[in-house]
Design a protein around this ligand. Structure first.
Ligand code: PMP
Length: 452
C-alpha cells in the first residue's frame, strides 16, 4: 500500500516508520495502513477509503467501533476519576466484577483484574501453583496464551520457538483437530477419545502429582479457530478432577460473546476452576483483562496473602468501559446476534464459498468466529502458506480483499473472520462478496488457472 496522499496521513506514516517498533514483524518489511477514524463495522484510512472490518482488530471489537455508550462511559469516567490504585474500592471496578461473575458459571464469584490476556494467564497459573503446591503446567500444541516469558513458553506453535527461553515445567499435549489429526482418527468421536487417552497417559508418565494447572483455550483462536468436539472439555474436566489439576479455561479471545454465548465453556457444559479473559470484555477500548476465580480457589487466599498485583489492576477507565460494554451487549442482544448470524448467514455463506473455491480446505467456526483453512491441494491439505510464514498467494488474497474494502485477520495460511458481534446481515453479505473475489488468487495456485 503506498504511503497516504493526505499530508497529515503521510506525516503519521513517516513518523511511524521512523520510530514505532511493531510487534511480530520484520521492521523493514512493514507497510502499515494509517487509520484515522472508525464507526460500527467500518474504519477509514487517511485518504478516506472505507473498510469493512472483519478482523475485530485483534479479535476484540465485540460491540464494534466507537459504540456511543462505551465512548460516553469512558468520557464520563475521565471527567470524574481517571485513576485510583487497586487497594481502594471503586464503583466501576466493583460493578464490572459483578457483571462479569453474573455471566460466568455458578461458583465463580471473584475477579482479579489485569491489563490484558497474557498477564491474566500468568496470574491464573500463579494462583493454581499456590493453590495446589505443585509446579508444572499442561498446555496444548496449536494454542496461544500470550507473549510474556511464561505464556510464550506455554503457547504451542511457531510463535514459541524463536522466543523459547526455557520451557521448564510446561508440558505440551495434542488436542483434537480432525482435519489435521495427530491421532489418525477418521471421526470426531474417535479423535476426541484418542485425544483424551493421550492426555491421560501423558499425565501419568509425567507424574500426576507434579501438575498445578491445565490451561486450554476453549476454542483455539489464533492457531486456527478449532471448536472442540462434543465431550472433549467434559473429558478434560474429569481428568483434571481425577488428578487434582486446576483447569484454566483461556477465554481471552472467545469470552464475552464471540462464539454466541457469554463464555464458550457454556456450550460445553463445563465449569473450569479459573477463566482468563481480556479483549471483548470492553471491546478493547481501554486495555483490560482478568481472571474469574472459582470459590474454592478464592478460599485459598481468604486468610493467606495472594503474592501478586499490578499497578493498574481494575483501572477505572477500563472497568467503566467494561460496564458499558456488557450492559450494551445485554440490552442490545448482541450475543444473541452473534449466535444467529453465525448459524444463519456467516457459517452457511462461508460453506457456500467452499463449494466454489477449491483452495478452501476446511471452514471452521461458531458464532462470529470463523476461519478458512486455505490449501494448495485438498488431498494433501498442504497449507497455502507455510506454518510460521507467508506466501505470495496469501498476500495476494489479502491485498485483493483489501482492494474490495474488506479487512480480515490472518495467520499463516488461514483467513479468520471476526466481525463485531452486532454486525448486520447486509454487512456479512458484503464481506462474503469481497471474499469471493479475493479467493480467486488462492484458487489460481490450486488450479494453475490465471485470475480473470
Ligand atoms: N490468550 C489467548 C487465547 C489469546 O488469543 C491472546 C491474544 N491473542 C492472549 C492470551 C494474550 O493476550 P494479550 O495479547 O492481551 O496479552
Amino acid at each position: 500500500m503506498p504511503a497516504p496522499k493526505d499530508d497529515a496521513g503521510r506525516r503519521t506514516y513517516e513518523l511511524d516508520r521512523a520510530h514505532v517498533f511493531h510487534s511480530w514483524s520484520a521492521q523493514a518489511a512493514l507497510d502499515p495502513m494509517v487509520v484515522t477514524r472508525s464507526e460500527g463495522s467500518y474504519l477509514w484510512d487517511a485518504d478516506g477509503a472505507r473498510y469493512l472490518d472483519f478482523s475485530g482488530q485483534l479479535v476484540y471489537t465485540n460491540v464494534g467501533h466507537q459504540h456511543p455508550r462505551v465512548v460516553k462511559a469512558i468520557q464520563d469516567q475521565a471527567a470524574t476519576l481517571c485513576t485510583i490504585a487497586p487497594a481502594h474500592a471503586n464503583d466501576k471496578r466493583a460493578l464490572a466484577a459483578k457483571l462479569i461473575t453474573d455471566r460466568a458459571p455458578e461458583g465463580m464469584n471473584k475477579v482479579f483484574f489485569t491489563n490484558g490476556g497474557a498477564d491474566a494467564v500468568e496470574h491464573a497459573v500463579r494462583m493454581a501453583r499456590l493453590h495446589t503446591g505443585r509446579y508444572k503446567v499442561l498446555t496444548q500444541y496449536r494454542g496461544y496464551h500470550g507473549g510474556t516469558h511464561l505464556t510464550i513458553n506455554m503457547s504451542g506453535d511457531h510463535r514459541r520457538w524463536p522466543n523459547d527461553n526455557g520451557t521448564a515445567g510446561t508440558v505440551h499435549f495434542w488436542g483434537p483437530f480432525l482435519y489435521r489429526s495427530a491421532f489418525h482418527a477418521t471421526t470426531e468421536a474417535e479423535e476426541c477419545e484418542r485425544a483424551l487417552e493421550h492426555l491421560e497417559q501423558l499425565i501419568r508418565f509425567e507424574g500426576p502429582e507434579s501438575f498445578a494447572a491445565l490451561v486450554l483455550e476453549t476454542v483455539a483462536g489464533t492457531s486456527g479457530v478449532m471448536p472442540p468436539p462434543p465431550g472433549y472439555l467434559q473429558g478434560v474436566r474429569e481428568i483434571c478432577d481425577r488428578y487434582g489439576i486446576v483447569y484454566v479455561a483461556d477465554e481471552v479471545m472467545v469470552g464475552f460473546g464471540r462464539t454466541g454465548t457469554w463464555f464458550a465453556v457454556e456450550q460445553h457444559g463445563v465449569t473450569p476452576d479459573l477463566i482468563t479473559f481480556a479483549k471483548g470484555v470492553n471491546s478493547g477500548y481501554v486495555p483490560l483483562g482478568g481472571v474469574i476465580i472459582g470459590d474454592h480457589i478464592a478460599e485459598t487466599f481468604a486468610h493467606r496473602v495472594y503474592p501478586g498485583g499490578l499497578t493498574y489492576s481494575g483501572h477505572p477507565l477500563a472497568t467503566a468501559a467494561a460496564v458499558a460494554t456488557i450492559e450494551a451487549m445485554a440490552d442490545e442482544k448482541i450475543v444473541e446476534n452473534a449466535a444467529e448470524i453465525g448459524r444463519t448467514v456467516l457459517g452457511p455463506g462461508l460453506r457456500a464459498l467452499a463449494e466454489r473455491h477449491p483452495s478452501i480446505g476446511e471452514v471452521r467456526g461458531v458464532g462470529a468466529f470463523w476461519a478458512l483453512d486455505l490449501v494448495t491441494d485438498r488431498e494433501t491439505k498442504e497449507p497455502l502458506a507455510p506454518y510460521g510464514g507467508s506466501s505470495p498467494a496469501i498476500q495476494a488474497v489479502l491485498a485483493e480483499a483489501k482492494a474490495q474494502g474488506l479487512l480480515v485477520f490472518t495467520n499463516y495460511h488461514r483467513i479468520h473472520l471476526a466481525p463485531p458481534l452486532n454486525v448486520t446481515e447486509a454487512e456479512v453479505k458484503d464481506a462474503l462478496t469481497a471474499l469471493d473475489v479475493a479467493l480467486a488468487h488462492a484458487d489460481a495456485v490450486y488450479t494453475g488457472a490465471p485470475i480473470a
